[in-house]
Design a protein around this ligand. Structure first.
Ligand code: AMP
Ligand code: MN
Ligand code: MN
Ligand code: MN
Length: 279
């Protein structure tokens, strides 16, 4: 059987539509043989997902996608092979849950000024015990017909600089890498082209990242083209970083983003799983 890896996806523990169990079931249905659950700033879905993976006989990797501040950019750092019981990591997820709650209160207040009411209650309900994310706000704005799509919700209200945007002081990149590596994990820069960094800034980032113990770049995501894959691969080679692959699946609203629906790593790239014990 061919190995199919998907090392970046979300469940209801953050802004995914499926429970951790259902996410793993879907991954299995889509032919994924090794899956990592990487919810935003939380490890709360990992035990349920791992149990489901064991029941189905597919490999599971403990993961997280941590929000990080670097030079005023919000970066997403995927941690793979982390120990979810590592105390500093547990502590930071608790801190981030509060930070996200406070941000949600401030975002809701901004929307109330625009006569959009009931937001905080709705996003709290939708997030349940999980992390409150801007995706929950987008879904609410769609459900109340303030916008037609999630994308429009970001474009009109939620993206940086828009009326409901609240600047958040995320943990520093160096600390984020240390929590991941300290727990035995590998730190990977998620979707590296999404930060719109110039080549100059990308090189600065990768110098800082590697000097801080970062080890990987997510080379393959859904909706990436060959030129982009080549560009990221060249950075990976230049900085001797391993390559990761992940769909960043959240829900089934986009047919181009599906668990396991991702290209192969290019030749000459060391796969991140060479650094991980997969079970
Ligand atoms: P947060 O971490 O709460 O700021 O939320 C970020 C999440 O919002 C990302 O992980 C995406 O899932 C989602 N997101 C960000 N930008 C967009 C966008 N333009 N369209 C749709 N979803 C987005
Ligand atoms: Mn997300
Ligand atoms: Mn991300
Ligand atoms: Mn993600």
């Amino acid at each position: 059987m061919t190995d199919v890896y998907d090392l970046h996806c979300h469940s209801t523990a953050s802004d995914g539509a499926l429970s951790p169990e259902d996410l793993v079931i879907r991954a299995h249905e889509k032919g994924v043989t090794t899956v990592a659950l990487t919810d935003h700033d939380t490890v709360s879905g990992l035990i349920a997902a791992k149990n489901q993976a064991n029941a189905l006989g597919i490999n599971f990797i403990n993961g997280i996608e941590l929000s990080a501040n670097w030079q005023k950019h919000c970066l997403h750092i995927v941690g793979l092979g982390i120990d979810p019981t590592y105390q500093p990591l547990v502590a930071i997820t608790e801190y981030l849950q509060n930070l996200r709650y406070e941000r949600a209160e401030r975002m809701a207040a901004k929307l109330e000024k625009k006569k959009i009411v009931g937001v905080l209650e709705a996003v709290k309900l939708a997030a349940g015990d999980g992390m409150i994310t801007r995706t929950h706000f987008a879904d609410f704005l769609v459900s109340q017909n303030h916008v037609d799509t999630q994308q429009e919700a970001f474009d009109r209200y939620l993206a940086q600089g828009k009326s409901a945007y609240v600047a958040t002081i995320w943990p520093e990149l160096l600390d984020v890498i240390n929590w991941i590596t300290g727990s035995g994990g590998v730190a990977v820069i998620a979707h590296p082209l999404r930060y719109k960094l110039s080549a100059n800034w990308m090189n600065r980032l990768l110098v800082d990242f590697t000097n801080s113990g970062g080890q990987g770049l997510e080379i393959i995501t859904s909706r990436i083209n060959q030129d982009e894959i080549r560009l990221i691969s060249n950075y990976a080679k230049k900085y001797e970083l391993v390559g990761s692959v992940g769909s960043d699946f959240h829900n089934d609203s986009n047919p181009y983003v599906e668990l396991g629906r991702i290209a192969q790593l290019p030749a000459g790239i060391t796969p991140v799983w060479s650094l991980l014990s997969v079970s």
